[in-house]
Structure formats: structure tokens, C-alpha cells
Design a binder for this molecule. Structure first.
Ligand code: SF4
Length: 106
């Protein structure tokens, strides 16, 4: 399978898991440095499977409004626009511009 096909397969899998109701920890968001450190540590220690990453990361298929900000991948500093990829090392997954996670950062 080509890299592009594998990427799209993973993107589809993420979408299916979330659309099928995988519970994720959408809140609390990573508002503080301590929360960022705690969630990224958990991702390193517990985020072995794709489902674990989505759960700990608090992924959603729709935008999340939080403290007056629309937190979506497209506006996140970890979003790689051309690849449509989350480059936060602890996540490192394909994403869509309108998805969101609680590690969103501007
Ligand atoms: S860290 Fe940013 S780019 Fe990565 S999944 Fe979360 S919101 Fe999207």
C-alpha cells in the first residue's frame, strides 16, 4: 500500500471510530502549561493504539467553541496544511481542518 493510501486509510479509520461514538475526553481543554504537560505525558505513556490517542486527545469531528475561540485543526499551530496532518509528536495523525482536539493551540 502506498503512503498516501495508508494515510487516507488512517484518516478514514479515525473518522469511523469517532462517528461510531468512541468516547473521548473533550474537556477539560489544555488551557494551562500543566494541562498540556499532563495530557502529552499521558499520550506518551498510554497512547499506544489509535483509539487511545483519540480518547486522551479529546478528538471531535466537529469544531469546539471554548473560551470564545473556535478550536479547530485548521487554526492550530500543530496543523500542517498541505499534508492535513497533526504534527504534535504525541499525536502524529492525519486530521481534517474542521476536526478538533483538546490540545489545540494558537
Ligand atoms: S493538536 Fe491541533 S492539529 Fe493536532 S489534532 Fe489537536 S487541534 Fe488538530
Amino acid at each position: 500500500m502506498s503512503t498516501a493510501a495508508a494515510t487516507e486509510e488512517m484518516r478514514d479509520r479515525i473518522e469511523s471510530l469517532l462517528a461510531d461514538g468512541l468516547p473521548t475526553e473533550v474537556f477539560p481543554r489544555a488551557d494551562t502549561h500543566e494541562q498540556v504537560m499532563a495530557y502529552t505525558r499521558r499520550l506518551r505513556e498510554e497512547g499506544r493504539s489509535l483509539a487511545d490517542k483519540l480518547r486522551i486527545g479529546g478528538f471531535t469531528l466537529t469544531p469546539v467553541e471554548h473560551e470564545g475561540m473556535r478550536q479547530i485543526c485548521r487554526s492550530c499551530m500543530y496543523y500542517h496544511m498541505r499534508r492535513k496532518w497533526c504534527v504534535l509528536p504525541e499525536l502524529d495523525v492525519p486530521v481534517e481542518p474542521e476536526w478538533s482536539c483538546r490540545l489545540w493551540r494558537i
